[in-house]
Design a protein around this ligand. Structure first.
Ligand code: MSP
Length: 515
């Protein structure tokens, strides 16, 4: 049986227009999901939309719509984003779906039955923007006497009847769990902020709202709706069949291998979620990875500053695969990063047009011109040939190690080192000069280049599926011969295989000169 791999994105608040931040989180998951599929795993890759809560209720009313009609309309924006970015998600969940109500309410009943939930009254601070409760000690004074959360969100005072989850009793168990599973929170540099929050002592968590209507109804108490984070986190189980824990999907995919999240929502995923699951007697996800945030030309991205980066515009200006590549290559994954046009253009031109584009273009056009448009004949390999090919065949192990810890930039770096070696090999071997003097050797050199390109293109597929698909077409590699088991010399290109006419894959980006 195939090994399974379950990866999730956060589910996005539907009221926002999809921007680079959303595209980034899902892009990282898409690269992981595609990588694992090519590496022989049965993958479940989930994304979707978070549609309940006070924030959405407010946004719907501001748009003059009932929340249901509003969310039906705007959740489409996120499906469109997934399509536009060529994400390979296997499912798209909406928390307003029937299957999700069933799952969320079941989890509630489980928690209630285990006496993990009790009815009381909440009096404290709430930030609608974050849909989060904050303790007085966490807040600072803002202008107009407002209280401000560490995230910068404004808080309001809330007093309402509320159900509480006994979070306070799970602190020690959580700390023990982090200790026993040192890779649960990734990158490791983020562990401290979680453990110190838990060590300060956890307060019981309000898990229902009675002042708002838009949410999953609390079973047997229609005055309350579930707190949106308890509802939202459950989506990860809904999608694999919960509450049917005997279903094939659940047995195969739960617990999830990786929840990918932004650093702002780590607390919910690394504290609340495992506590809910432990309390319900369910298995905990294996890893939570918190990535950094993008700024735009050095500034925080926000609607009010009007500097939101729309992925659609990036694709229009620079190309789809160029955008996908840039997002995961420019910034070490886990760190914050800055978007700038200059960086985007520099990356596209140097790594794609120059390094990879040139290697492919030079090799394939020489083959088309000088080898009768078939995979060249392959003579005896010399030392230089062996060195390059061994590096190409050796890449998978290295890239896999980096991908397993979501070091996308390092995985790409490793591949680009071989691309650099390939370009140096062309210069050193100078196949154009061999044409007359030693045509056999010229064919061997071009063969080595084509074979190196095959390995590179197969490995880069998770990041740039369309372009690498084209490159593999140009090498006449059939669709069924593009997974990682084919990355060995036993599956090398066969001399004499007809090749289609090559064409450039990565054009150089030329800045329009304004008159
Ligand atoms: N609905 C919650 C998640 C619930 S998961 C059970 C939520 N949604 S969100 O739409 O506000 O944010 C979704 C993701 O987008 C978060 O992981 C967040 O970190 C990410 N980003 C939003 N802006 C971002 C940047 N400027 N840069 C990088 N990612 C950022 O939170």
């Amino acid at each position: 049986m195939k090994k399974s791999y379950y990866i999730t994105t956060p589910i996005y608040y539907v009221n926002d227009i999809p921007h680079i931040g959303h595209a980034y989180t899902t892009m990282a998951c898409d690269a992981m999901a595609r990588f694992k599929r090519l590496d022989g795993y049965d993958v479940m890759f989930l994304t979707g939309t978070d549609e309940h809560g006070q924030k959405i209720e407010k946004a719907a009313h501001a748009a003059g719509l009932e929340p249901k009609a509003f969310t039906d309309k705007v959740s489409q924006n996120f499906r469109d984003l997934a399509k536009m970015m060529n994400y390979s998600n296997d499912d798209f969940i909406r928390t307003t779906e029937e299957r999700h109500y069933k799952a969320a309410q079941h989890l509630w009943r489980e928690l209630l039955a285990r006496d993990e939930i009790y009815l009381d009254k909440y009096a404290g601070w709430y930030a609608v923007r974050d849909e989060a409760y904050y303790g007085e000690d966490e807040l600072t004074d803002g202008p107009n006497g407002k209280k401000i959360a560490p995230s910068g969100a404004e808080c309001e005072w809330v007093e309402e009847e509320s159900y509480f989850f006994r979070l306070s009793k799970w602190g020690d168990r959580l700390l023990q769990f982090y200790n026993e599973n040192p890779d649960f929170i990734l990158p490791h540099s983020r562990r401290n902020e979680v453990t110190s929050f838990v060590k300060q002592g956890l307060r019981d968590l309000s898990v229902s709202r009675s002042a708002i209507k838009w949410g999953v109804p609390v079973p047997n108490d229609p005055k309350h709706v579930m707190y949106v984070w308890l509802d939202a986190l459950t989506n990860y189980m809904t999608a694999v069949g919960y509450p049917d824990t005997q279903s094939d999907a659940y047995k195969k995919f739960w617990p999830a291998d990786l929840h990918m999240v932004g650093k702002d929502i780590l607390r919910f995923h690394a504290i609340y979620w495992p506590a809910f699951l432990m309390a319900a007697g369910l298995q905990l996800p294996k890893h939570v990875f918190a990535h950094g945030w993008w700024t735009n030309e050095g500034q925080k991205i926000s609607k009010s500053l009007g500097n939101v980066i729309n992925p659609h515009e990036l694709i229009e200006a620079y190309g789809l695969d160029q955008t996908r590549y840039f997002l995961l290559r420019e910034v070490p994954f886990g760190n914050d990063g800055d978007f700038s046009r200059a960086a985007m253009i520099a990356r596209t031109n140097s790594n794609l047009a120059n390094d990879l584009g040139n290697l492919a273009q030079r090799s394939l056009s020489m083959i088309a011109k000088n080898c009768g448009a078939v995979v060249p004949k392959c003579g005896e390999f010399n030392q230089a040939d062996h060195v390059l090919l061994n590096k190409a065949y050796g890449l998978l192990d290295h890239v896999r190690r980096e991908m397993d810890v979501q070091a996308f930039h390092k995985a790409l770096d490793a591949i680009w080192l071989v691309i650099g070696d390939g370009n140096r090999y062309v210069d050193e071997q100078a196949p154009w000069a061999l044409k007359k003097a030693n045509p056999e050797r010229m064919e061997t050199v071009l063969y080595v280049l084509a074979e190196t390109l095959r390995c590179v293109a197969i490995l880069v597929q998770p990041f740039m599926p369309d372009s690498m698909g084209k490159m593999l077409d140009q090498l006449a590699v059939p669709d069924e011969a593009r997974d990682f088991t084919l990355l060995t010399k036993e599956h090398a290109l066969k001399s004499g295989t007809p090749l289609p006419t090559p064409s450039g894959i990565f054009p150089r980006f030329v800045e329009e000169v304004k008159e």
